[in-house]
Design a protein around this ligand. Sequence first.
Ligand code: ADP
Ligand code: ZN
Length: 730
Amino acid sequence: MPEQSPIYRVAVPSPLYSHFDYLPPAQSREKLVPGARVRVPFGRRAVIGIVLAAADRAAVAREKLRRIERVLDEQPVLPQKLLALLAWAAEYYHHPIGEVLAAALPQWLRAGRPGEAPGVEVWRAAPGADPGALKRAPAQRRVLEALMAASDGLEAETLAALTPRWRAATGPLERRGFVARTQRPCLPPYREPAEPGPTLNEDQRAAVEAIVAGFDSYGCFLLHGVTGSGKTEVYLAAARAALARGRQVLVLVPEIGLTPQLVARFERRLGLRVAVLHSGLGDAARYCAWRQAAEARTAVVLGTRSAVFTPMPDLGLIVVDEEHDPSYKQQDGFRYSARDLAVLRAARERIPVVLGSATPSLESVRNAREGGYRLLGLPERTGVAALPAVRLLDMRRLAADEGLSHPLRTAIAERLARGEQSLLFLNRRGFAPAWLCRDCGRVAVCHRCDARLTYHHARRRLICHHCGAEERPPEACPACGAREARALGEGTERIEAALAKVFPKARVVRIDRDVTRRQGALEEQLARVHAGEADILVGTQMLSKGHDFPNVTLVGVVNADQGLYSADFRAPERLMQQILQVAGRAGRADKPGEVLVQTWHPGHPLFTALVNHDYESFLSYALSERRDTGFPPYSFLALLRAESPKNGTALEFLRAARASAGAPAGVEIMEPAPAPMEKRAGRWRAQLLVQSTSRKPLHAFLDRWVPALTALRQARQVRWSLDVDPGDMY
Ligand code: ADP
Ligand code: ZN
């Protein structure tokens, strides 16, 4: 009997919970390697899939199998180790393997482009180019001057950050022969020697020594130190030790923590070019950096969430900065936690992982208290001021005009008089969170969501922050016809307007998603603050990470109560973390800061801990509350969500799901319930919570349950998803 050709298991990007079997391509003799891309027929289309393994036997009869059309890679694009991690993640998060692999691959590879790294297009100033000849073309002049200062040239993204009119500017410059377009390798060489850092203090040294002593074996270190305590210096020293051993280093940062300043600091201090990976990059630039890491041609990768999947053959250390940050959890599709997968990856690769934070998550704290993680503390602030004094403003007793109480105004006025800066934090953009008819009390709501519309004054629009719907504020109330509408409550836009009225001479800079939508706008605003061209900053949590404002000596938390009594059990933890993060941005040695917190609940234990800078007592309070209510970290959750444009359908599916679950041992299955926001973007949403005190029975149950769900008749009438370890309950 002739030897049968092998069968290949291929993961294709599809929401189906399985891989698919294929025969090898027609003329091929060679064995295909797992991790290589192949083009395969799938339904009536052809798609790019990844070979998972070879097998002797298929799930269906051989005659029914189709052939792989084409093999795209001789070498695997996903190395074996990473493929195994991803397969594990697909099982753990109960997500289709094809979609998991697609989430890990750069778009460049998913689109079927060749595996060789592309160059990056850059513009360079030509010798002899003369900005003086461009007096009447300021945009061209700006671009040219920037190019003359950059010996390796600048790419499209950098130019776009410089001026939105860069395209219109480079054309004429090229025609005049002032600039030329070329390709450069994706990471330009770094030519400066590494800069020495500060001498580490004793706590930092102890932390670095503990991490370095653990090289070549798995260990998870929780580095807990307030903002400015020198965590980044610990990362840098540990990274240098790993590099000295010829190993690569992966550093994960939250979405808004990845600033050009941080990248520059790593490059300067390590004396090498860092590969940066985040979702804002173009496909080619991103793939370029990814590929460099995969070929071990770059030693350090600095990236956001999905960078946890970067292939790094010599990986020796992983750092997760601000490990508590919610942006590490993917909120749709493949809902993984990059922090948790980083820990798992470190365990599988037998290397240390450092989780750093000023405000560690309750999960990590429990792990550290119970011995799974090793706690490294940095109790002192270095280089910057002592911790700012925190004072609560009891809003039950204070009048507030447009959200600003008298003591807060006075404190701002003092800063203005002294030439210092103030920062006002409010996690709500827009002018006002409600639009109210003064006659009948009707509040404008979104027709597609269970939500109020936010009034945006500059655009004169009512906007839904959940689905993006917009409308013009009605002239007359649709309910009673009165023309007495009023904007109720405060958003950042209103605070900015109020400040302009009270302090007409002050220069106010607002930083939120509305002002910074345009690329480069955030950098411009921050540059104004750092150049001292701002007296007062108003902003959302965009201010809370990655930026330091040494001349800010006052932080005002405009409304600290959002989230205090929210439906989400994590809300108080997030609130505490945000306030502490924002407070940590301010002050330096000669100018200590002050934090004023406006609240209607000054007696809440969270605020007591805040005033005393006592994160430990907050942790004890929050942990005991979680223990009493049986929430994480004292239990493990999975949330089954469903939605449908038809009212009732989502709940019906969940009832059927509940019925199909039976009564598994060690697992508690709640009753289906409408989601906290039941209607969103025209869909009715419901959810079903599954809970267990340990992971094992929970996952044993999910392993059985998820296939059963896909088979339910009602499953075809809804959009459903399973969220393992959900980050929020909406
Ligand atoms: P974190 O990451 O905890 O916010 P950083 O590592 O950024 O803290 O340190 C805050 C500031 O203090 C930085 O300017 C840093 O250069 C400086 N710094 C850190 N460690 C030391 C040290 N041991 N001696 C002097 N300055 C230090
Ligand atoms: Zn809406």
